[in-house]
Design a protein around this ligand. Structure first.
Ligand code: TRP
Length: 456
């Protein structure tokens, strides 16, 4: 034993329900309510949905099970997990690049969350009560192009998340997500009922469910795969970190499958809530990132008591974003507090200060930095593109290679079956075959073609 002094027992999730709430809370986020509808809208509706579902099953889910298993086996942060399971080999770089990805994702994610939080107040004050696209677009533009508002809302969001993270894994993350998750489902259902009963709603539903593959290119497939990583919070060590907090008796494959199903359900429900309304109000489905911030207020403005529902809806979007941001921030915080033996307070403060730096570049992308475009994209778009379309797939690829080819098979089997307690030999065999031969090949081919490196 290297370490003589025993430190405090490691914090973790305390109940099965807490595990689900936190993990589902990480998966469900702005990805469902903002990214999924806007990408589906710009990439041809149902055809994109089908690609995304295929990627979720063949890529996202296997990577999620891999990450959770590694984390629970090593009971450590994303970097130390690889150092524990493969000492003196460079695999820890996968964890390190994941910690970097956490900063890049949070940089733009906290800004979208900032708009959501700002909208709660704008809606409450009645500033969004209009069914006119022009007026609501104007309100959104005013927010995005104001550097002071953009920065202050983002910093507010960061502080809010930091406070919960400082409280710890069970008292912060678990306690928060357990309270917030159920409410999200209820309000989503309320919005759907309103949306699908609007006159002209059918057009939106057929857009979402009738595929047109003529728009699909390799770049589209890469976007769908990137979304499947982003949605399940995989490819960068979030699920390694959360897996390290799982209880020993938690059934990993079954937990991952349930989280995946819950997450897909929320995305499809969000699509059903949004697209019928888009078409009913004569908006275009390909508005991209602003879909959530222009269409949704219009939907609510059209219904009785709309303002109340509008406030509620953005509170719920904020709830979704909160669980996701907690899981992102936890990655560098767990790393710093375990590696450098810093307290959570110090680790979180340092991380948050660095994030203010990265994040400000995204926050100012709509105003003073609007013309700063390295690689032809604003910093906001660059953070978004490089993480989903490069870093997460690369991270996922190496995680699969590790679990499929480097990790001893009996270790993997023991972790996935809780040392033989679970009778799931067939599922484990199916999973191991997939991470060995199917997922890495798919990720590799889609990545290279999507980026235009090779042409199939
Ligand atoms: N899954 C979240 C969403 O859809 C975002 C998220 C949280 C994430 N943690 C992550 C994305 C880790 C990639 C990696 O909103």
């Amino acid at each position: 034993m290297k370490q003589q002094v025993e430190v405090k027992p490691r914090d973790g999730f305390t109940t099965g329900l807490g595990v689900i709430a936190a993990t589902l809370g990480s998966a469900i986020g702005l990805g469902n309510i903002w990214k999924f509808p806007s990408l589906t809208g710009t990439n041809g509706g149902a055809a994109f949905l089908i690609l995304y579902l295929a990627c979720t099953l063949l890529v996202g889910l296997p990577v999620m099970i891999s990450e959770l298993s590694l984390g629970r086996r090593a009971r450590a942060n994303a970097v130390s997990t690889f150092q524990t399971l493969a000492p003196r080999e460079p695999w820890w770089l996968v964890g390190a690049s994941g910690a970097l990805a956490a900063f890049l994702i949070l940089a733009f994610y906290t800004e979208v969350a900032a708009w959501v939080f700002a909208y709660i107040f704008k809606a409450g004050l009645g500033a969004l009560n209009s069914t006119s696209p022009v007026i609501i677009s104007q309100a959104f533009t005013n927010l995005v192009s104001d550097p002071v508002q953009s920065l202050l809302w983002q910093w507010g969001v960061l502080i809010f998340i930091a406070v919960i993270i400082i409280a710890g894994v069970s008292k912060g993350i678990e306690a928060t997500t357990k309270r917030l998750m159920p409410a999200l489902f209820i309000i989503l259902l309320v919005v759907i009922v309103r949306s699908v009963t609007l006159p002209g709603a059918g057009e939106g539903l057929s857009f979402l469910f009738r595929p047109d593959f003529s728009k699909v290119t390799w770049a589209t497939v890469l976007v769908a795969m990137g979304l499947s990583f982003f949605k399940l919070s995989v490819g960068m060590g979030t699920m390694i970190t959360y897996g390290s907090y799982f209880r020993s008796e938690q059934n990993i494959p079954w937990t991952a499958a349930r989280v995946m199903l819950g997450d897909v359900l929320v995305s499809v429900l969000a699509g059903i809530a949004i697209f019928p309304a888009v078409f009913a109000f004569g908006f275009q489905p390909d508005a991209g990132a602003s879909l959530l911030f222009i269409t949704i207020p219009a939907v609510f403005s059209a219904m009785p008591l709309g303002q109340v529902f509008m406030v509620l809806f953005f509170i719920l979007a904020a709830i979704a974003a909160t669980g996701a941001m907690l899981s992102l921030l936890e990655v560098p915080v767990a790393f710093l507090s375990e590696k450098l033996a810093w307290s959570r307070l110090v680790s979180t403060t340092v991380t948050t200060v660095i994030l203010v730096g990265f994040g400000s570049l995204a926050a100012l992308s709509g105003s003073v930095l609007a013309d700063f475009k390295p690689f032809g994209m604003t910093m906001f778009d660059l953070y978004d593109f490089t993480t989903s379309n490069i870093l997460l797939p690369l991270g996922g690829l190496f995680i699969c290679l590790f679990v499929g080819w480097r990790w001893a098979r009996n270790e993997a089997v023991a972790t996935l079956s809780n040392d033989g307690m679970l009778r799931n030999e067939r599922i484990v065999r199916l999973f191991l075959g997939t991470v060995k031969f199917v997922t890495p090949v798919l990720v590799f081919v889609v990545l290279l073609n999507g980026l235009g490196v090779i042409k199939l």
